[in-house]
Design a protein around this ligand. Structure first.
Ligand SMILES: Cc1cc2nc3c(=O)[nH]c(=O)nc-3n(C[C@H](O)[C@H](O)[C@H](O)COP(=O)(O)OP(=O)(O)OC[C@H]3O[C@@H](n4cnc5c(N)ncnc54)[C@H](O)[C@@H]3O)c2cc1C
Length: 397
């Protein structure tokens, strides 16, 4: 059996590992247009801060591929697929056959249509190459501006703050971390980050990036001009679905797959950041990993179903403990238990729906977060321990 996997991120690599567990003889080839074996995108933040080297963030080195008899082809971009001949074609015109194919092409950073976003000094952060380019350009520069106040924007901003840059964040929403925080928590977080040196413009729409060829500033819709030497845009991701599109596969928020991680074409599977499953586009590591596992097992003859992953995220900014999962109920539609201490930068919230925990925010103290995440995932009934939860006694979970 010949397995071809396009993409060597966590989805593709996990799939390869699980294929090998079930099929000791099959020929497994993983192809990527990147130059580095499987590495942690999450740890790119430490790399950007100068706290980790490339070798530290690489997860599987050459020995792993040798030991598992998996061929890894770096710097190899797949440009086309012939589904009838069952062949993938590289951008160099080489072709290779497959019996089972996996799309694990991930996603790319979305750049909103802001005039001037093609100027020198405007970046996105997705790959180790992006991080290298940012580090190189930032040398000798002072003012860094982040468009996007989500997890990635704040973490990247903090990484460069540690390198001595002045950080300004421009966020379209009225609050930071619009996906992980409600306004009560986001307000305290903003105050804490400001105390660390961040400057924020919230509810602000970017209009134009200015400068001759190099960026010198950002103009907002209301006419405010913010001077800066470098801009990183972190305005979300979009699926890397061009190849799937060429095959006529259905793409909505992502490439549509079923619970077995199969696309609409027989023997072609998909997993990771590029997919949409039961209406959800995830864009998070644990989901991509689980989907890779399910896809790999099914490609090798198994029959395992993917049931979805609880959305969760941990902000990795030293001095700021923050984790959130599930529905944080910004609109206050559900019951919730909130603990708040503005002075100590603490905000904790348990969201309750139908006698179950459906979401949480742990900010300032993440003790018990894993327990709560598990209870959310397991849809545990909390009626009997509700009184204890009101006192933030999580021992019954
Ligand atoms: C800086 C950063 C920090 C993050 N932090 C977190 C975090 O704290 N928690 C969390 O849950 N998630 C985090 N994420 C998101 C997480 O990294 C992704 O969800 C995850 O890496 C997706 O894995 P994947 O395997 O689906 O795709 P990817 O890791 O994107 O891998 C896809 C690979 O396919 C390659 N490829 C695409 N098209 C082709 C082609 N035509 N030919 C060949 N190769 C191709 C791409 O170049 C890429 O190497 C972070 C992401 C970034 C960028």
């Amino acid at each position: 059996m010949k397995y071809v996997i396009i993409g060597n991120g966590v989805a593709g690599t996990t799939a390869a590992a699980h294929i090998r567990k079930l099929d000791s003889d099959g020929e497994i080839t993983v192809l990527t247009d990147e130059a580095t074996p499987f590495y942690s995108r999450i740890r790119l933040i430490e790399y950007l801060a100068g706290e980790a080297a490339e070798k530290d963030i690489v997860i599987y080195k050459d020995e792993w591929y040798k030991k598992n008899n998996i061929s890894l082809l770096l710097n190899t971009r797949i440009a086309d697929i012939d589904k009838d001949k069952k062949e993938v074609m590289t951008s160099n015109g080489e072709s290779s056959g497959f019996d089972k194919l996996l799309f694990a092409t991930g996603s790319f950073s979305f750049v909103p249509p802001i005039t001037g976003s093609d100027k020198k000094g405007v970046f996105t952060l997705r790959t180790i190459r992006d991080a290298d380019e940012i580090i190189h350009y930032a040398k000798g520069m002072k003012k860094v501006l982040l468009i996007g106040g989500g997890v990635l924007g704040l973490e990247a901003g903090n990484a460069l703050r540690k390198r001595g840059h002045e950080i300004t964040v421009v966020e379209f929403f009225q609050r930071l971390l619009p996906r992980q925080m409600d306004s009560g928590g986001a307000e305290i977080l903003k105050a804490q980050l400001e105390s660390m040196g961040f400057t924020f413009f919230l509810g602000a729409k970017s209009k134009e990036i200015v400068g001759d060829d190099k960026v010198t500033g950002l103009v907002l819709e209301d006419g405010t001009k913010i001077d800066c030497d470098l801009i990183i845009i972190s305005a979300g991701v979009r699926p890397h679905a061009e190849l799937a599109k060429k095959l006529g596969l259905t793409i909505k928020k992502g490439l549509i797959v079923n619970d077995r991680m199969e696309t609409e074409i027989k023997d072609i599977y998909a997993a990771g950041d590029l997919i949409e499953h039961r209406g959800v586009f995830y864009g998070i590591w644990p989901a991509a990993q689980k989907q890779g596992e399910i896809a790999g097992m099914n490609m090798a003859g198994g029959n395992t179903l993917y049931e979805g992953t609880t959305m969760s995220n941990i902000l990795k900014v030293v001095g700021v403990d923050l984790a959130a999962a599930g529905d944080v109920d910004e609109e206050g539609k559900c019951e919730s238990i909130v603990q708040k201490d503005r002075e100590k930068y603490v905000y904790k919230k348990l969201v309750i729906k139908d006698n179950m925990l459906s979401g949480c925010i742990f900010y300032g103290d993440i003790t018990g977060y894993r327990k709560v995440l598990k209870a959310i995932e397991e849809k545990r009934d909390i009626v009997d321990i509700r009184m204890n939860l009101e006192k933030w006694d999580l021992s019954g979970l």
